[in-house]
Design a protein around this ligand. Structure first.
Ligand code: ZN
Length: 471
C-alpha cells in the first residue's frame, strides 16, 4: 500500500506541467542535446528478421536498406540485452519501460520500475525542454511500447488509465489504431465500459482528428489525433493503400506536424513486425520491415538537412519467434544429402508470390475449415507451395503445433507450411531472449555503441536529453 501511495505521489509530480526551457533557434538544444530525436522501434525484430528482410530486398529488388546501409554504416551499432526484471524473456511493456525510463520493470508494467518507483521517461524530459512530442505506431496507440514513453501504469491492459495520461500529457501527434477505446460507450465498435468520451475530450484540447490517409495528409494545426481503425492497423500485404496509412505515411505526417523551432521527440513503431512473428508470417515480416525502413529513410533525409541537431535511433525491444533461415529435410524419409535443402535465393522468389498475410489467410479459412477450403486457399494464395499432411491436419482441426508454437494455430500451421517451402523456420510464437541491435546516427550516436542492457539504453537517452556529458 505504501508503495502504491508513493507511486501515486510520483505520478502527480510527473504529471505537473514542466516549464519549457529555452531552445536555441538554430543549432542544438541546450548543452549539446539533440534538437530533433527520432526513435524507431521495430517491435519483435531480431538480427535474423533484419537480415532476411535485407537479403530479400537485395535479391528480389536489388535495393539496399536505410537501416543497414545508412544508419548502421554511417553511425554506430549497439547490441542490447532485453530481459525483464522478473523474466529472462521480456514483454513489450517491461522492455519499453527500460528503454524509455532507464529502469528494469516487471512483465506488464508501463513506466513503473521493479521497485515500485516511477522513473521520468525520456519523452517527459523532452517535454520539460519544450520539445514537441509524437507517438506513431501501427499497433493500437494505447499499446505497451508507445504508452511506456508517456504513462506510469502498473498494468499495460489498463487502457482507460493510459488514455487519461495521454490527455494529461497531450503529445502533439498521436497516430495509430485503437479507436475502440476512444469511442464512448454505446457507439458501434466501442470497448469502453465507463461513461467517459475520450474523442470529445481530445477535441476539447484542440486536437484535429484523422481517420484515413487523405485526412492525415490534410491534417494541420498544433495537435493531431489520428486513429486509423478500431484495433491494430493492417499488415502491408492486406492494407488498403488509398485509405489506410502505412508507418511511412505516419512518419511523413509526423515530421510535417512536429518540425519547428521547439524541436521534437518522435517515437515511431512498427508493431506489425512483432505481430507477424507471433503468427510465424515471414512474408509479412519482410513487407512490413520494408515499409518501416522507408520510414527510417524519411528521418535520414531530415538528418541530412539538420545533421548537427538530429539523432536517429533504430532499435528493437526484443526478438520474436526464434527466426532463422536454415538447412532442412524435404520430408522425414531420409536425412541423406539428396533429401536436404538449404535456404537459397530461389526461396525469396517463391515468397514473392505470397500476397496475403497469414492472419488474413487464417481469417478466410475460419476455425475447423473443410479440406477443400484449404486446397482453394493454397491454390489462390500460395502458388508453387506444398502443404505437408501433418500441417493440413493441424489446420483442419485448429490444433496447436507444439509446445512452443501455439499463438494462432491456423496461421502458425500455414507459417510452418511456408517454412517447409522456403527454409525460413520459426522456433516459437512468443518472445525470445536473443539480444537485439541498436543503430544510431547523429548527435550523441556514439553513446549507443557497444554492448549494454535496455535499461542502459534508457539511461543514455535520458542523459543525452538532459544535456549531461555521461550517463
Ligand atoms: Zn510481441
Amino acid at each position: 500500500m505504501r508503495k502504491l501511495i508513493l507511486t501515486l505521489a510520483a505520478i502527480v509530480i510527473i504529471a505537473a506541467p514542466f516549464p519549457a526551457r529555452a531552445q536555441s533557434q538554430n543549432g542544438r538544444g541546450a548543452n549539446g542535446a539533440p534538437k530533433y530525436v527520432f526513435l524507431f522501434l521495430s517491435d519483435g525484430a531480431g538480427a535474423a528478421h533484419l537480415e532476411i528482410a535485407r537479403q530479400y530486398r537485395q535479391h528480389i529488388h536489388n535495393e539496399g536498406m536505410v537501416i543497414v546501409d545508412k544508419i548502421m554504416k554511417e553511425g554506430s551499432i549497439g547490441v542490447m540485452t532485453t530481459h525483464a526484471a522478473n523474466s529472462l524473456s521480456t514483454d513489450s511493456a517491461a522492455a519499453a519501460t527500460a528503454m524509455a525510463a532507464g529502469c528494469k520493470a516487471k512483465i506488464g508494467a508501463l513506466g513503473v520500475c521493479d521497485d515500485g518507483t516511477v522513473a521520468v521517461s525520456a519523452m517527459e524530459i523532452a517535454r520539460r525542454r519544450g520539445m514537441k512530442l509524437g507517438l506513431a505506431t501501427n499497433s493500437t496507440i494505447y499499446d505497451a511500447s508507445p504508452a511506456a514513453f508517456v504513462c506510469h501504469v502498473p498494468n499495460r491492459k489498463d487502457y482507460p488509465a493510459i488514455l487519461r495520461r495521454y490527455l494529461e500529457m497531450a503529445p502533439d501527434v498521436l497516430f495509430g489504431g485503437g479507436l475502440d477505446q476512444f469511442l464512448a460507450k454505446g457507439q458501434p465498435g466501442s470497448q469502453r465500459t465507463d461513461d467517459s468520451d475520450p474523442l470529445a475530450e481530445f477535441a476539447k484540447l484542440g486536437y484535429q482528428s484523422a481517420r484515413t490517409l487523405p485526412e492525415l495528409q490534410r491534417a494541420g494545426g498544433d495537435k493531431v489525433l489520428g486513429l486509423f481503425g478500431l484495433t491494430e492497423m493492417s499488415f502491408e500485404l492486406d492494407r488498403d493503400k488509398q485509405n489506410e496509412p502505412s508507418v511511412y505515411d505516419l512518419t511523413q505526417a509526423a515530421i510535417r506536424l512536429l518540425h519547428g523551432p521547439r524541436g521534437f521527440f518522435a517515437f515511431i513503431e512498427s508493431e506489425n513486425i512483432d505481430r507477424a512473428s507471433h503468427a510465424n508470417d515471414i512474408a509479412s515480416v519482410i513487407h512490413d520491415y520494408r515499409e518501416f525502413d522507408r520510414a527510417v529513410g524519411l528521418a535520414y533525409e531530415f538528418y541530412k538537412k539538420y545533421p548537427r541537431e538530429t539523432l536517429i535511433l533504430v532499435a528493437s525491444d526484443h526478438e520474436s519467434g526464434g527466426l532463422g533461415m536454415t538447412l532442412a529435410l524435404k520430408d522425414l524419409s531420409s536425412s541423406k544429402g539428396n533429401n536436404q535443402v538449404a535456404g537459397n535465393h530461389s526461396d525469396f522468389k517463391k515468397l514473392q508470390a505470397v500476397k496475403i498475410s497469414l492472419q488474413q489467410a487464417a481469417k478466410q479459412l475460419g476455425s475447423n475449415p473443410k479440406s477443400e477450403a484449404v486446397d482453394k486457399l493454397m491454390a489462390d494464395h500460395f502458388p508453387g507451395f506444398t502443404l505437408a499432411p501433418e500441417y493440413r491436419e493441424k489446420i483442419v482441426n485448429s490444433q496447436y503445433l507444439s509446445r512452443t508454437i501455439f499463438a494462432e494455430p491456423v496461421a502458425n500451421a500455414l507459417g510452418m507450411m511456408v517454412a517447409n517451402n522456403t527454409q525460413i523456420y520459426w522456433q516459437n510464437t512468443a518472445h525470445s531472449n536473443v539480444p537485439v541491435l541498436v543503430g544510431a546516427l547523429g548527435v550523441g550516436a556514439e553513446r549507443f555503441k557497444g554492448y549494454y542492457d535496455n535499461a542502459d539504453f534508457g539511461k543514455k537517452l535520458k542523459a543525452l536529453l538532459e544535456g549531461k556529458k555521461h550517463n
